[in-house]
Design a protein around this ligand. Structure first.
Ligand code: CP3
Length: 381
């Protein structure tokens, strides 16, 4: 049973509230994945990535694999951002070496008009079951992070039908039929809010939105097609509007009671991560989210100065640093920690250490260990 206590390791929760911690918390995007031999072994047994993600016991197994190896301060649900469009009927599949694809992309107003918010406890039940299973397995050692793609980033995959080099189809839609694109972003936003609310009810203790492709937009297009939807998510999650609606629809008190005392006191923090979001840090800090995740193209000192303590900052080591030697990695970790403190009036409070984007399959687990240990060693108060 998930009991009603704060996780034993609450560094991440405290850092997101900008409270003092004994050392800076660290977790890594894509911390579960192909760079770990134990992940590859499980994957061999399970067959496919989607087969893993849709099986709560396997999703739980791979979620905790990196925690068994490294001194990480959080677990992140093993799943994918593309579960929402899959549940909307677009049919997600993977081609080896080519990444995710959809069998039924949406490219015009007519197909967009047919989209609806999926039901969280039926069509996406496997995600909620995975969260409940992981919470039991974690037994409150560290907090569990739930996540979703941003409305814009989901729309990129839904319109392009997969990854893209130039986003030609969705940018053409933005120019030729902005009303249809706004309708797509709007249904995606409703789905993201319902999805994150359901994850929170199932036991996720921190929520992160990945706006991976926000940075491919010009500033005026970002302010029209991504930012307002991120802000709506932050506001509605805070007000718990959909949470309440969902409870009324029968999610029930059982899930609500799973909330820890900590969550009842403080709410569930939200982190908005975006690649290429440096131009918008002031706006993101005013969005209502507790944390903003940044990539490595901005100095953390500058990011801290520009956000003025309004949010916690997460990041932002260039993932390619992991191709360096352990000594080089340690030096870069120190620089990143010090850069944050420099811009934050000399204090390390409000910093969550992470990469600026995810780990890659060809990275050395021993280098990951050097990174994680260096964060704790150099930031110990
Ligand atoms: O961070 C974690 O450890 C949690 C798990 C997680 C995955 N995907 C697992 C995964 C998370 C948070 C994601 C999010 C995700 N998925 C994003 C946003 C984050 C980002 O990286 O910017 C995006 C854009 C996707 C879409 C997606 N899914 C891609 C581009 C790929 C890679 C395809 C490939 O062939 O490498 C996936 C598949 C995927 N999602 C894998 C994992 C571990 C690889 C699965 C495998 O081949 O075993």
């Amino acid at each position: 049973m998930t009991d009603a206590t704060t996780p034993k390791n609450d560094r991440l929760l405290r850092a997101l509230r900008r409270e003092p911690v004994d050392c800076t918390p660290v977790w890594l995007m894509r911390q579960a994945g192909r760079y770990l031999p134990e992940y590859r072994a499980t994957r061999q047994r399970a067959g496919s990535f989607l087969g893993m993600a849709k099986n709560p016991d396997i999703a739980c197994e791979v979620t905790v694999q990196p925690l068994a190896r490294f001194d990480l301060d959080a677990a992140i649900l093993f799943s994918d951002i593309l579960t929402i469009p899959d549940a909307m009927g677009l049919e997600l599949y993977f081609v080896e070496g080519e990444g995710p694809k959809f069998r039924h992309p949406v490219r015009d107003a007519a197909s967009i008009a047919k989209l609806a918010v999926p039901d969280m406890e039926t069509e996406l039940r496997y995600v909620m079951d995975a969260i409940r299973t992981i919470r039991r397995e974690l037994d409150n050692r560290v907090p569990l992070i739930g996540f979703s793609g941003s409305p814009w980033t989901l729309a990129c995959y839904m319109v392009e039908g997969g990854g893209s080099d130039n986003y030609s189809r969705i940018k053409a839609l933005a120019l030729n039929d902005p009303k249809a694109l706004h309708q797509l972003l709007s249904v995606n936003t409703d789905a993201v809010i319902a999805y994150l609310s359901a994850q929170r009810a199932a036991g996720a203790q921190v929520l992160q939105v990945f706006d991976t492709w926000g940075g491919v937009l010009s500033p005026s297009m970002y302010r029209e097609f991504s930012l307002p939807y991120l802000t709506r998510i932050a506001h509605e999650l805070q007000r718990g509007v959909l949470r309440q609606a969902q409870d009324e629809r029968g999610l029930g008190q059982a899930q609500v009671l799973r909330q820890t005392q900590d969550e009842r006191d403080h709410g569930t923090p939200l982190i908005l991560f975006g690649k290429g979001n440096a131009p918008y840090l002031e706006a993101l800090a005013a969005s209502g989210a507790e944390g903003v995740g940044v990539d490595w193209l901005v100095e953390l000192s500058e990011a801290a100065r520009r956000t003025q303590g309004k949010v916690a900052l997460q990041g932002n080591l260039d993932p390619a640093i992991l191709y360096g030697s352990p000594d080089a990695i340690r030096a870069q970790v120190r620089n990143t920690l010090d850069s944050y403190a420099e811009g934050n009036g000399g204090s390390r409070e409000g910093h969550v250490f992470n990469l600026g984007h995810g780990l890659s399959p060809d990275m050395d687990p021993e280098h990951v260990r050097a990174l994680v240990d260096a964060v704790h060693e150099f930031s110990r108060r």
